[in-house]
Design a protein around this ligand. Structure first.
Ligand code: AMP
Ligand code: ZN
Length: 115
């Protein structure tokens, strides 16, 4: 838990989130400003500021996040058509919340390269 972290506050229940998945390690909730018909944020319960702050102790956690992304995509019926998992690290990549999170986007055709 980090003071003034919006995602820590969603995880603790201090501010609301539309949760679609929770386990001991991660939560997943709907993005407030969805960029696709399915836009879910997969967020570790542990406060980690950016991807650059991950350590080897987090290797299993990151693998788990991808397992959860696949499970949600499958459960919501998007797995076969395809989905995208995005992590933005630091300002130039568009990171705005300083608690790592992985965007799961699905339900429309994606363009490449991303903007
Ligand atoms: P990023 O720009 O990669 O740091 O992504 C942050 C994401 O968090 C954006 O897509 C925002 O729309 C989303 N977001 C910000 N505040 C909230 C909130 N209170 N509940 C759900 N999603 C949020
Ligand atoms: Zn946090």
């Amino acid at each position: 838990m980090s003071d003034n972290c919006i995602f820590c506050k969603i995880i603790s229940g201090e501010i609301p989130g539309k949760f679609i998945y929770q386990d001991d390690y991660v939560v997943a909730f709907e993005d407030l400003n969805p960029q696709a018909p399915c836009h879910v944020l997969i967020v570790p319960r542990k406060h980690i500021r950016t991807t650059l702050d991950l350590t080897t102790a987090d290797n299993e956690l990151v693998g788990h996040i991808y397992q959860v992304a696949g499970k949600i995509a499958h459960d919501q019926g998007f797995a076969d058509d395809g989905f995208r998992v995005v992590n933005n690290c630091n300002e130039a990549a568009g990171q705005t919340v300083w608690h790592i999170h992985f965007h799961l986007l699905a339900g429309r055709d994606m363009i490449w390269p991303p903007g």
